[in-house]
Design a protein around this ligand. Structure first.
Ligand code: SF4
Length: 326
């Protein structure tokens, strides 16, 4: 570890002032402290925001849910309204990390977490995300866990969050507070594809603070769930995953929300799959035909060609689990 300043703030104004001066926000610390220990990140000042009043789950007037940025993963997963209204969110959280980490890590921190690409965390390796312009060791190196969708010449790293896949599927909004006041960022615009600047990962402006993630009201009844495929059954990142929410009324699918994880440089929304489902009656053949579109545009690397087929099968299986098979 190296010397750095630590400051604990008690209100959002104080936090924003510290953030504008270049301080890095920290709450659970489950990502940032690791990266600081490995000197992948070297902030001069960390700003402890864990005392801010951003730790509640509230129902919105419109019938959605607002999850405060400082609600822990454990609290969010266990919250009765989250469990009842959006089981896909609870399941994604409970399939993440370990119980100890979920007790510490927050919702805001979770969507801000950085990639698990081993080259990113090895300061001796070339990595455009850590050191812009240095190259990408993963392209010619070991790239089995890496992305097949949304990649660029500069970076092929996956986004590691599970709950971000559920938020992407449900078309959540990220509430942020900054010098210009509050604004909402659609989840689809919040996490950035790497392009030529993989070091820039979120659409946050200088010093902006995440205050909450809001899940919109969706037509009811809504069946939803999250499936995660990985090399071992716990404490492991996804090779592929699928978040699915279906509104079926009168035997017809009226609305479908589907996104995939473990395969994209950002949580990967699947509009072609969704469009194939809407207006149709649930059936095994429908799930298969819709899931066949899940990997459209995929560009596999040397070691992760298996993900193309695994993604389709993951989506098909989760459609069957959530929508039933006739
Ligand atoms: Fe770095 Fe991205 Fe390449 Fe990994 S995939 S080494 S994070 S540039």
């Amino acid at each position: 570890m190296y010397p750095f300043d630590y400051t604990r703030v008690s209100d959002t104004e104080e936090a924003l002032a510290a953030g504008r001066r270049g301080g890095r926000y920290i709450a659970g610390g489950t990502t940032l402290v690791d990266l600081m220990r490995e000197t992948v990140e070297r902030p001069q000042t960390v700003v402890d925001i864990s005392g801010l009043p951003l730790d509640e789950v509230t129902a919105t007037e419109r019938g959605g849910l607002r999850i405060g940025a400082l609600v822990t993963m454990t609290e969010a997963a266990a919250h009765p309204k989250v469990r009842t209204l959006f089981p896909v969110v609870s399941q994604a959280l409970e399939l993440s990390a370990s119980a100890q980490l979920r007790n510490m890590a927050t919702i805001g921190g979770n969507i801000m977490q950085r990639t698990r690409c081993t080259y990113f965390r090895d300061v001796t390796a070339a990595c455009n995300k850590r050191d812009p312009g240095s190259g990408c060791a993963a392209r010619e190196g070991y790239n089995r866990p890496h992305a097949i969708l949304g990649t660029s010449e500069a970076c092929v790293a996956t986004h590691p969050s599970d709950v971000a896949v559920a938020f992407a599927a449900l078309e959540a909004q990220v509430h942020v507070l900054g010098a210009d006041g509050q604004r909402q960022i659609p989840f689809a615009d919040f996490l950035l594809r790497p392009g030529s600047t993989p070091n820039r990962e979120q659409a946050l402006r200088n010093g902006e603070l995440i205050t909450a993630v809001e899940i919109p009201a969706l037509p009811r009844p809504l069946a939803s769930g999250y499936l995660k495929v990985r090399d071992r059954q716990s404490y492991e990142f996804a090779l592929t995953s699928a978040a699915v929410a279906l509104h079926v009324r009168g035997g017809v699918i009226r609305d479908a929300k589907v996104a995939a994880g473990g395969v994209g440089t950002v949580p990967w929304k699947l509009p072609a799959v969704e469009q194939h489902l809407v207006g149709e009656r649930p059936s095994a053949s429908l799930w298969a035909a819709a899931a066949a579109k899940a990997a459209d545009g995929a560009r596999p690397l040397r070691h992760n060609r298996f993900k193309t087929d695994l993604l389709k099968r993951t989506v098909e299986r989760q459609l069957r689990i959530v929508g039933g098979t006739k």
